[in-house]
Design a protein around this ligand. Structure first.
Ligand code: ARG
Length: 464
């Protein structure tokens, strides 16, 4: 009889005649990863209990007991003294069980008009809203750091590349501002995603709503949600808000990864455009001379796992019939790891951007390799009346001659240049300088130093 009773108590309820095996228990439990939702679970429960009391569904005394018990649980968790039990499956049941131990029946009444289905959806949204706010702040810091770097190097010239071949000279400030734009769109995506994250599922209960006279708007207001989810089935089942976040996060990492690729190339001694402060690099266990750009390399690598998490969540969702299914428990680890990876990466990059030393001489020397001002020469001829295609051809001949002689376009004499087009005059030499080339691209979005400065002013005004 005793054995029977204890067996039953390990199972879900009187509905079950035997407990799950240890393996199944471990397989189905989520407490070891979802316990990080504890603070949000408690926030959600307190808002729910407050509403239940306000509506007369539980007593004022019950509410006070719940508040007292939750305060105790919060301090136990903060002190690392809370005992998380695998037997209690997840964060929700662990906290509820402890609450009941501490305050008795009031703890058992907390779950009135609620299900773990709307509870967990609420917890994740609260968690993700916080994470989005952190990430948005970090994107801002990174943009500010890159903007500072752009300002220091508004006039520094490096070769711009297409196909990894020298294309046209650009300013380093302009190059940095390209990333400022990318991270700006990432911040917009985060802000937009936040709108859809910030809606309250509680009240949906298991899937169909509840028979109790609840006040969902009150709970939404207490928790700072902008609105309530409008359909109970949808509220407990869809995780599109998390998928959307992971997509935005994957784009953040994609931008970080592209930047990383450039930093790695630029720091190679073969290129030598930049140096990265020692605290972001490591050495080699065998080659004493090495200083490796580990941080950008790792960030490039970690982009893969974030992309993977996006696919994991999309795949998790695609086969689920309405409404809640246990599949959804698998949303957490990918989501948590995405948040951790993006947060750490942005924090490090915002710091690292301030630890980049630019080597303008190396950039300048590289800009002289590859006939970076050839387009300027063609444009010059067009301005003198030659159709662009003819100008393109004339300059191609000039470049060919330079390749044969092993010199730059600017090294050709006026007579040499006039062999390719008699429209060339003395004023051509300004056009062939790197400074002349970048300064001439003087329109919104162009690389001219004064456009870089104007763009910096716009970004600063936007970031406040
Ligand atoms: N641990 C579960 C999850 O993460 C909580 C919801 C469980 N609901 C249920 N009906 N089994 O999704």
């Amino acid at each position: 009889m005793t054995a029977q009773l204890s067996k039953k108590s390990e199972a879900w309820s009187a509905r079950f005649s035997e407990p799950v095996s240890d393996l199944v228990k471990r397989y189905t439990a989520s407490v070891f990863f979802d316990k990080r939702l504890a603070e949000f679970d408690i926030q959600g429960s307190l808002a729910h209990a407050d509403m239940l009391a306000e509506q007369g569904i539980i007593s004022r005394q019950d509410l006070q007991d719940i508040q007292r018990g939750m305060a105790q649980i919060q301090s136990e968790i903060a002190a690392g003294q809370f005992e998380w039990l695998l037997d209690l499956e997840d964060v929700h049941l662990n906290i509820e069980k402890r609450l009941t131990e501490l305050v008795g029946d009031a703890g058992k009444r907390l779950h009135t008009g609620r299900s773990r289905n709307d509870q967990v959806a609420t917890d994740i949204r609260l968690y993700l809203r916080d994470a989005i706010d952190d990430i948005s702040g970090l994107l801002r810091e990174l943009r500010l750091a890159l903007t500072d770097l752009a300002e220091q190097h508004a006039d520094t010239i490096l070769p711009g590349f297409t196909h990894m071949q020298v294309a046209q000279p650009v300013t380093f400030g302009h190059h940095m501002l390209a990333y400022v734009e990318m991270f700006g769109r990432d911040a917009e995506r985060m802000a937009d995603c936040r709108k859809r994250v910030n809606r309250l599922p509680l009240g949906a209960a298991a899937l169909a709503g509840t028979t109790f006279p609840i006040d969902r708007e009150r709970v939404a207001a207490t928790l700072g949600f902008d609105d309530v989810c409008r359909n109970s089935l949808d509220a407990v089942s869809d995780r599109d808000f998390a998928i959307e976040f992971c997509a935005a996060a994957a784009l953040v990492m994609t931008h970080v990864s592209r930047m990383s690729e450039e930093l790695v190339i630029w720091m190679s001694p073969r290129v030598g455009f930049i140096d990265i402060a020692d605290r972001f690099c490591t050495g080699s266990s065998i080659m004493p001379q090495k200083k490796n750009p580990d941080v950008p390399e790792l960030a490039r690598g970690k982009t893969g796992r974030v992309n993977g998490h996006l696919i994991a969540l999309l795949t998790l969702m695609k086969g689920q019939p309405l409404a809640y299914n246990k599949d959804n428990q698998e949303d957490k680890e990918p989501l948590f790891d995405t948040v951790d990876t993006v947060t750490d990466t942005l924090r490090i990059f915002a710091d690292m951007a301030r630890g980049i030393t630019v080597r303008p001489e190396a950039m300048r020397a590289a800009a002289f390799q590859g006939y970076a001002t050839a387009t300027d020469l063609a444009d010059y001829l067009v301005k003198k009346g030659l159709p662009f295609r003819d100008a393109h051809e004339a300059v191609a001949h000039a470049v060919r001659a330079c390749v044969d002689r092993g010199c730059d376009l600017a090294d050709l004499s006026l007579d040499d240049l006039r062999q390719f087009s008699n429209l060339v005059a003395e004023d051509v030499f300004h056009v062939l300088t790197l400074e002349g080339s970048v300064a001439a691209r003087d329109h919104v979005g162009g690389t001219a130093p004064n456009q870089v400065r104007a763009a910096i002013a716009r970004v600063r005004a936007e970031l406040g």
